[in-house]
Design a protein around this ligand. Sequence first.
Ligand SMILES: CC(C)(COP(=O)(O)OP(=O)(O)OC[C@H]1O[C@@H](n2cnc3c(N)ncnc32)[C@H](O)[C@@H]1OP(=O)(O)O)[C@@H](O)C(=O)NCCC(=O)NCCS
Length: 165
Amino acid sequence: MLIRECTAADVERVEEAYPTGAHRRHARTVERQQRGECTFLVAWDGEEPLGHGEVMWQGCSTPEVRAAYPECPEINGLRVYRADLRGQGIGTALIRSAEGRARERGFQWIGLGVSDDNPSAARLYERLTYDAGMRYTAVWSSEDDAGVKRVFEDPRTFMVRDLTT
Ligand SMILES: CC(C)(COP(=O)(O)OP(=O)(O)OC[C@H]1O[C@@H](n2cnc3c(N)ncnc32)[C@H](O)[C@@H]1OP(=O)(O)O)[C@@H](O)C(=O)NCCC(=O)NCCS
């Protein structure tokens, strides 16, 4: 398995593995990466993309979390695409790769938000020595296939890790 930054040339293959349709999420993440806002990490087995995670260099998109944890990039959208490949260390490898990149840039802290309804992911992060920090509600909006805008609210815990320990 190889983990590297996703390029515009990779987007089609990542879209095949994890389709986002009209939202074009992967293409938009690559655009954010080109603007320096994030690093879009994809794990590959040969030509097959296995999963991804995005390091948001400005931190969490929720302002109160950013205020409480300044200088703390966030690992966002972590996902192993195929359910049959979960539990084999790919998610851990993506997290370790994100941590290494944050360390290289001189950050002491890295964080991630975990939904209340995802206790198995929270257990993984605890095992990787992330500590539960503040609770918050992530709010975002998205258009459905009929073009109707919907607002989503997701209660989460921001978990943080000291990269120097
Ligand atoms: C969470 C996720 C990214 C972890 O990646 P992974 O490659 O499965 O994780 P690893 O193999 O490195 O670590 C395994 C641990 O992940 C946790 N985990 C969370 N969701 C899991 C799932 N659906 N299947 C297997 N393990 C899962 C378990 O605690 C597991 O530990 P265990 O083997 O002791 O039960 C992946 O399971 C996934 O894509 N889940 C669906 C999307 C998601 O929940 N993303 C997290 C958003 S915060």
